[in-house]
Design a protein around this ligand. Structure first.
Ligand code: BGC
Length: 746
């Protein structure tokens, strides 16, 4: 046996050495080609490699002159190939272009919005979705996407919360890495591979008051502990490109931020790809009041480490002049060009510059749609299920009322950022429910045509439909344009007259199952009391209907968990689970005492703790929350040893039993607290999670291996340290759990 293990080890080592050697050889070959090319390039041609423009039309002469590196938003393959031919055959050095596009959550087959994908807590599935998106995009000649967006955010007012993976660095990192690997495949040169772009670097999700593009003021340690880890993980996953963010951070706009783009990204993390600006974010340095004019903007952005300019024209107008006058060293230009050309070689663009759509499977094929349906299904979060109204038993249903503005909204179910999604390909919940139950059983009366409407003329029909039915399926939420870039909301309650619609339908006394489609957490705690079940569906994409119906009718148990805390009211924002304790933490005891005393005595007797006198201190639903059709019992939570040394790997384990009657998946979550630090530590932090399938009546032993190194944080001097001391851990089904496992790091 020992011999066998030894042999296996030797073999593994051999394979590892061979593959490292292969990578090194490939890299050396690319370096040689890049250096040879740079030697031949004029300064104009070099600067040309730093330019990205919108659309292929009218670009021929620029490309012929070698003055353009990348084109975004051209999806006509013929136009791409024609322009690429100019680059390859008519430009002096034949350097290919990269065609780029925002492929954010699917291409023609639209997947759930990224926030919904995060709610699956299933990185493997998310990776498959990204790989599918890449294949579809490649069939339209797209070889570079501006995704994933890995901006941690704790503010659901921010419209772009829809585009990211929520509030937690560990979950965001896992989803970001899965997405990057899905897009880029084994090798960037793969036939189905698409170059990824980690964006927006950095802290874009921390915009003050949830207003897009707004000021970001984050202390450096928090930046490093909360907002940067997903980006560091992206570098480790070899994301080929990064995008500099629109926002300023502590007074310096990200696109001109040397600390971020050079010190952190290049010097500390050793990033080898290239950085692209956001749309006109170089020029915007002037608007920020950080550069005097476009020339100054080009200087500040380029010397900070932003290699390629998207859309604005500061680099092409001023870089040459600045090199010639010695203000910018040509070596700096060479470095940026080197990084861009290296990626172009790695992508195999020189060998395979053109696209033949026939080389690819049809978009929107059954397999792609099935994958989209699977991801959507796992993204659904069951928030409430009183008297087990769900799953519905279709044979027991005589009539079902389908009501609400999002029941049959083929465009809105796709969500934000769907350049290439088309509502004509959507299957809506109404269609899917009709398929499940038979058309004759379904009474459809939307009540409202869109979520924002203030028109109640449809109410009467909807109420009537409810009266005739055994159960009401109410599709409420936000239409897609209420989230996304620059679509922030100060009030995140249900828009329009939807709360009134709920009240009116509730008066019929029929059980109401609400399916909520939205790009963010919405606040409707009061109205929710009138609902029997709530299934939170985000914007589920092309296959929203079948996915939602699968879960409503019990084909599959819901297994999604919240990737972000749901506030009770907007005034609680920012509210997130990984908060600090403060010196006067609120507790159930202090808060509940408020209700034991008469209002007039209130002010005097209530404990001075960090709660709101009107809304307490708890969220509506905690991070990680989500119900199932079955029940899971957690026991035996333990750590292998009581004391570990720095550098050890800590082993945790738990037994999870499916005590119900339904087979289901559960997301087992591990949280840790460092009790005392040289800086105060959050009351708990997600360390790891595993999604496991457990058949009814079965149990699973789930274990976690956590290196002590991952329990660290940035100290006063910004060193990443794991400090010795006492820790607590908890393993459970959401973040509102007791930390009852003790261990010490020596
Ligand atoms: C967005 C980016 C996007 C770019 C190109 C910008 O407005 O902030 O996320 O990639 O446009 O479409």
């Amino acid at each position: 046996m020992k011999k066998l293990i030894h042999l296996l080890l030797v073999l593994t080592l051999f394979q590892f050495t061979c593959s490292t050697e292969k990578t090194n050889n490939q890299q050396a070959a690319i370096d040689t080609r890049v250096n040879a090319l740079i030697k031949q390039m004029t300064l104009d041609e070099k600067i040309g490699q730093l330019i990205q423009k919108n659309g292929a039309a009218g670009m021929d002469s620029l490309v012929r002159a070698g003055a353009l590196s990348s084109v975004l938003n051209e999806i006509d393959v013929l136009a791409q190939n024609q322009l690429q031919r100019v680059a390859m055959e008519e430009s002096r050095l034949g350097i290919p272009l990269i065609f780029a596009r925002d492929v954010i959550h699917g291409f023609n087959t639209v997947l759930p919005i990224p926030l919904g994908q995060a709610a699956t807590w299933n990185p493997d599935l998310v990776k498959e979705g990204a790989a599918m998106s890449a294949t579809e995009a490649r069939s339209s000649g797209i070889r570079w996407t501006f995704s994933p967006m890995i901006d941690v955010t704790r503010d659901p007012r921010w419209g772009r919360i829809a585009e990211g993976y929520g509030e937690d660095p560990v979950l965001t990192s896992a989803m970001g890495v899965a997405t990057i690997k899905g897009y880029q495949g084994e090798e960037l040169s793969g036939k189905n591979s698409m170059l990824a772009c980690a964006k927006h670097f950095a802290a874009y999700g921390a915009a003050e008051a949830g207003r897009d593009y707004h000021t970001v003021a984050v202390p450096e340690n928090e930046l490093r502990d909360v907002y940067l880890p997903p980006f560091k993980a992206a570098v480790e996953a070899e994301a080929g490109t990064f995008m500099a963010a629109f926002n300023e951070i502590n007074g310096i706009p990200a696109t001109g931020n040397k600390f971020l783009l050079s010190k952190v990204l290049r010097d500390e993390w050793n990033f080898k790809g290239f950085v692209v600006s956001d749309w006109e974010s170089v020029r915007q340095l002037v608007v920020h009041g950080y550069a005097h004019d476009n020339k100054d903007a080009a200087y500040k952005s380029f010397t900070a480490g932003c290699d390629m300019e998207m859309a604005s024209t500061c680099y092409e107008t001023y870089l040459k002049e600045m090199v010639n006058s010695g203000v910018v060293g040509e070596e700096l230009i060479n470095e940026a060009v080197r990084d861009i050309l290296t990626i172009k070689f790695k992508m195999g663009l020189f060998e395979n510059p053109y696209t033949n759509p026939d080389d690819y499977p049809a978009v929107l094929n059954d397999e792609h749609k099935q994958l989209s349906r699977n991801i959507a299904r796992e993204s659904l979060v069951l928030l409430k299920n009183e008297s087990a109204v769900l799953p519905l038993k279709k044979d027991n249903i005589r009539k079902v009322a389908v009501i609400g503005p999002l029941a049959d909204a083929p465009h809105d179910q796709l969500g934000t950022w769907i350049f290439d999604g088309n509502k004509a390909n959507s299957t809506t919940p109404l269609q899917a429910i009709q398929d499940y139950c038979g058309k004759d059983k379904v009474i459809y009366a939307p009540g409202m045509d869109i979520s924002r409407t203030m028109n109640r003329t449809g109410f009467a029909k909807a109420i009537d439909a409810a009266k005739q039915s055994d159960v009401v399926l109410l599709f409420i939420g936000e239409e897609s344009i209420l989230s996304g870039e620059s679509h922030c909301r100060a009030d995140i309650s249900l828009p329009g007259l939807q709360e009134e619609l709920i009240t009116e339908i509730a008066k019929t006394g029929k059980p109401i199952v609400a399916v909520v489609m939205a790009g963010r957490p919405l606040t409707f705690e009061e109205s929710a009391k009138e609902l029997d079940a709530i299934l939170y569906a985000w914007h589920p994409g092309t296959m929203a209907g079948p996915a939602v119906a699968d879960v409503l009718f019990g084909q599959e148990s819901p297994s999604g968990k919240l990737p972000v805390t749901f506030p009770r009211t907007v005034g609680q924002i920012p509210i997130y689970y990984a908060q600090k304790n403060s010196g006067k933490p609120a507790s159930d005891e202090t808060w509940e005492r408020m209700y034991e005393i008469p209002p007039e005595a209130f002010q005097l007797s209530v404990g001075n703790t960090n709660h709101y006198i009107d809304y307490g201190f708890k969220p509506w639903f905690p991070f990680g929350y989500g119900l199932s059709y079955t029940s899971f019992e957690y026991s035996n939570q333990k750590v292998e040893k009581a004391v570990y040394n720095l550098g050890d790997t800590i082993k945790f384990s738990v037994t999870v039993v499916n005590t119900g009657k339904t087979d289901a998946k559960e997301v087992v979550q591990l949280y840790v607290r460092d009790l005392v630090g040289s800086r105060t530590r959050p009351v708990k932090q997600l360390e790891d999670f595993k999604k496991v399938f457990i058949a009814a009546g079965d149990s699973a032993e789930v274990d976690f291996s956590v290196p002590t190194n991952s329990l660290g944080f940035h100290d006063q001097e910004m060193n990443y340290v794991t400090e010795s001391g006492d820790f607590l851990a908890g393993i459970g089904s959401n973040s509102d759990l007791e930390l009852n496992i003790q261990f010490t790091i020596k």
